[in-house]
Design a protein around this ligand. Sequence first.
Ligand code: ADP
Length: 257
Amino acid sequence: AEAELIRAQRFESLAMLAGGLSHDLRNLLQPLLLAGDSLQDYQDDPRLARLGSLVRDCGRRGLQMVQSMLSFARGARRAEQVRVGALMDALGLLLRGSVPRAVKMDVEVDDRELAFEGNHTELQQALLNLCLNAIQAMGEDGGQLRVVARECELAADFFLPGEQPHPGRFLCLTVADTGPGMSPEVREHLFEPFFTTKESGTGLGLLSCKRIVASHNGVMRLDSEPGKGTVFNLYIPIEEPAAEVVAQEEQGESLMG
Ligand code: ADP
């Protein structure tokens, strides 16, 4: 219970940090967006117009990230229809320019039209974190980065103790790299705030990834060994639990007082 408390406290300070930072960043980005808008008015100078749309697009993306950091801090979340195709396209766009020549990136999407309730920006952020980690882990030698989105069915026995089992249809998002993999020590501390093995790492990437998956009622699996590369699987439920399951759970709750 004490460890639980310490963890909760850490989350609390992390949330405060994120909240304060996002607030300041938002105030900084808004005038930038306006500036981008007015630059776009100079239509007869194509260079200025291009600059304008660049400034505006980056500003807007920054604002979206800040927004998701703010909602992380508040613990609130906007639910919307997330489309798998759009999610993967957005990831590709964000990664463009960050994939070194030595890294071969493969994206595989089963069903682009698959849609489910969730938060696009958050999931995009989670995938981006995993991909950037993978690219960094592979380093100069490069390797293969594989991103896969497919539908799957999970049975009750898939879930670990402590997780709420909810068998059914899931979207499985896989990010796999052929990097060095992780030692048991690294694996043990992976999700702790500020745990990093990088000189300029934040140690917040995987934690926020985990939070995002949890806020989608999903679960996350990691398969990583030294010399064998790393595979992250995010399982996001894509349908409401069947009415009878909900009824059973509610009954269970009332029985427990
Ligand atoms: P950061 O990237 O800022 O260090 P993260 O929470 O994203 O923070 O990652 C924590 C640590 O987990 C990293 O410093 C690294 O040691 C390890 N790690 C994460 N992803 C991978 C990966 N794909 N391969 C090997 N190690 C990884």
